[in-house]
Ligand binder design. Structure first.
Ligand SMILES: Nc1ncnc2c1ncn2[C@@H]1O[C@H](COP(=O)(O)OP(=O)(O)OP(=O)(O)O)[C@@H](O)[C@H]1O
Length: 225
């Protein structure tokens, strides 16, 4: 089953202004459910722009993006935020955690607006912390964690809603080699959980990963063979 179909996607920043910039050009991609895909390309080739479209953080200038049979290209903002909440787990290079809060509180954050019972939320949080190997630090403040631990907290937060899709933008950029390898091993876990994963990276360590199904190479906003 196709998880994501992108048809003739263009993204023009500052359209109709003198500084208009054509960041994505005629992108066509089909990603199967459970596939693990790496987006490669030099800085400025359009990887982050593409991830932000896939994650419903921004809209394409034209083209269709079908995710689980819903065209997300023109969703109104309220439905885009629901799409992100239900379908996407984001992992960023800068972790984007709330530093003053504990690991557990950070992982709980996406569930706080739900009407789920306290016990159910606790179960979901514990499961995500266990999968990401960070349960032992659950009461520690994020500001007191190492870089690798922050990344594991970010992974737990990305998993807590049990989203079908994980999008990671340069997830190892701020990690040392050992923690980068731990992140890369996590791809096996995502695969076992049936997640569809798209990672934008130029980290060559990913080439060691067996879980990767496909590389997509980008250059100047286009997909190259
Ligand atoms: N908000 C914006 N307004 C104007 N131009 C932008 C904007 N965001 C990105 N761009 C431009 O679009 C191009 C693609 O940027 P993008 O961040 O997608 O590249 P990338 O491949 O992810 O790069 P990196 O590896 O450095 O993160 C770049 O030339 C960038 O300057």
């Amino acid at each position: 089953m196709k998880q994501m179909i992108l048809r003739d996607i263009h993204k023009i920043y500052n359209a109709s202004k003198p500084n208009a910039f054509h960041a994505l050009k005629a992108i066509n991609i089909e990603i199967e459910k459970g596939e693990i895909v790496i987006l490669k390309g030099v800085s400025g080739s359009g990887k982050s722009t593409l991830l932000s479209l896939m994650g419903g953080l921004s809209k394409p200038s034209s083209g269709d993006m079908i995710v689980e049979e819903e065209n997300i290209a023109k969703l109104p903002d309220i439905l885009s935020s629901r799409y992100r909440h239900e379908k996407i787990g984001f992992i960023f290079q800068s972790f984007n955690l709330l530093n003053g809060l504990s690991v557990e509180q950070n992982v709980q954050a996406p569930l706080m607006l739900s009407h789920l019972s306290h016990t159910y939320i606790e179960e979901k949080v514990m499961r995500a912390l266990d999968i990401a190997n960070i349960a032992h630090k659950k009461r520690q403040r994020v500001s007191d964690l190492s870089g690798g631990e922050k990344q594991r907290c970010a992974i737990a937060r990305a998993l807590v809603m049990n989203p079908p899709i994980i999008l990671a933008d340069e997830p190892t950029a701020n990690l040392d080699t050992q923690n980068s390898r731990l992140f890369i091993e996590m791809l096996d876990t995502f695969k076992a959980l049936g997640k569809t994963v798209v990672v934008a990276t130029h980290d060559v360590l990913f080439e060691e990963a067996k879980a990767i199904d496909r590389y997509i190479h980008m250059k100047d906003g286009e997909i190259i063979p």
